[in-house]
Write a protein that binds this ligand. Sequence first.
Ligand code: GDP
Length: 369
Amino acid sequence: TLKAGIVGLPNVGKSTLFNAVVENGKAQAANFPFCTIEPNVGIVAVPDPRLHVLSALCNSQRAVPASIELVDIAGLVKGASQGEGLGNKFLSHIREVDSILQVVRCFEDNDVVHVNGKVDPKSDIDVINLELVFSDLDQIEKRMEKLKKGKPKDSQSNLKEEAEKSALERIQQALMDGKPARSVPLTDFEKDAVKHLCLLTVKPIVYVANVAESDLAAPEDNPHVKEVMNLASELQSGLVTISAQVESELTELPLEERTEYLESLGVDESGLGNLIRTTYGLLGLRTYFTSGEKETKAWTILAGMTAPQAAGVIHSDFEKGFIRAETVAYNDFVAAGSFAAAREKGLINSSLEVDLGFVLGLALDDLDL
Ligand code: GDP
């Protein structure tokens, strides 16, 4: 499962957002085992209307969405990378996630103290980035020392170490200029060579601009949001506008009243869908579906995966013993109405390459899982 960590300065709305998102997910997909694994870890469904269309077409007994594991990583403050006990622990939590969601406070509220005395997204973003940069620099320094002292090796591992050294030197330079490691172009071989370091600034970041409910309809009118937008594009990161407060209020409402409430604020869906879609997009993730009477299920793959690899996400045996995948594009399948009808019309592809948004023609009922 994809892991996303929520970070941000204190009092920006992290916990409010985390609790709302986990609570919301629970209510919207009753058939899915949503849970809070630990107080700060929750599983959230990836909202996808296609899942329900397919499930209805195939008379599935249940629909199982793809999911994301969300971690509330509280406590990242100035000086965390300086190794003061707790600070280090937060950084190690970040090391374990696939992507970072940084909540940035864009709402004014005199009752909610801001750690730096005023709402200032640029400074908030800089503080957190700097901690991540310091932590990476520290790690790279230690690694370089080790590489220097290394004993002679076979030519294969020598080649890899050379690639690692060269990549680390360039990353180090970028970090010293205050730029994230992900801004440094690397070859696949170099990427592979530095992967073991789990550098923090390699991880994709989505900035979550937390706005007042009155800003939801036209967030770009809020100068703080505008600033976050500019920074996000400068830092090659994603941006989502959300009101943690509204997300939290939504959880208190019965499902049927939520749409009405959102409409009254000038938006047509809760921020959760957007947040997850943006994270998916930034990570290059794609969804495919399997559909049968027992269930319709969404699976997450990386863009560019081949059919055997995609099948391996269901079960590693499917990758090892792969024969072929019969797939049909989502729109074709819905237009045809059934797998058999799609076959008659010649809409089924039987190939090794897969792309986004198709239905994998395996009925899960037929598989011995
Ligand atoms: P964290 O320290 O980042 O986890 O922040 P919390 O989620 O605990 O929120 C800190 C305070 O800000 C709480 O009193 C929240 O009710 C309040 N808060 C969170 N989001 C919003 C928001 O969108 N608008 C307003 N006005 N208050 C918010």
